[in-house]
Design a binder for this molecule. Sequence first.
Ligand SMILES: CC(C)(COP(=O)(O)OP(=O)(O)OC[C@H]1O[C@@H](n2cnc3c(N)ncnc32)[C@H](O)[C@@H]1OP(=O)(O)O)[C@@H](O)C(=O)NCCC(=O)NCCS
Length: 161
Amino acid sequence: MDLTPKRASESATEMVQVVLPNDANPLGYILGGTVMHLIDIAGAIACHRHTRTLLVTAAVDDLQFLHSIKVGDLIILKSRVTCVFTTSLEVQVDVFSEETLTGRRKLTSTAFLTFVAIDRDGSKVRVPPLLVETEDERRICAQAQERREMRLKRKAQTTDA
Ligand SMILES: CC(C)(COP(=O)(O)OP(=O)(O)OC[C@H]1O[C@@H](n2cnc3c(N)ncnc32)[C@H](O)[C@@H]1OP(=O)(O)O)[C@@H](O)C(=O)NCCC(=O)NCCS
């Protein structure tokens, strides 16, 4: 297992695809479920690039759809590891729409996902540390730690119920 620390920029990922009629509801806008699927994929790719392990999605924080994305527009997903814990890591996925004819871009969602690294037997494995070098990266990781605490509290409430 290679636990060499890595920078977030080494695993940052951008996915772009055109919204086709098959992805859309009868109003001609991309389905929320399709966006969620793409968010999961974009988040997983950045985490795979960071960990080079198998992964499972442990949590997806609450998700807002700020603007609709119509058929013919591009959907762009940018994912970036924000903080690494022991066997888990958080990734941020920002979703944008882009009009093909004008290039106008809008942020449509921001999602935070947690993935857990596992081996082929399903046992959890350590993930390589994240190199946090700038003030901005330190702030982002500190915020991720606060979100993680809230998430684990919510999980405990769910499992207690
Ligand atoms: C996610 C999963 C591996 C956690 O297993 P677990 O035995 O409860 O794990 P633990 O309590 O030992 O936690 C392992 C790590 O995951 C983190 N974690 C577990 N559940 C979490 C949650 N809901 N949110 C955020 N982090 C979580 C823990 O904080 C811990 O992190 P750390 O090692 O970095 O400190 C397990 O619940 C699972 O396999 N869930 C199903 C996953 C799945 O099917 N996803 C969809 C398809 S990929």
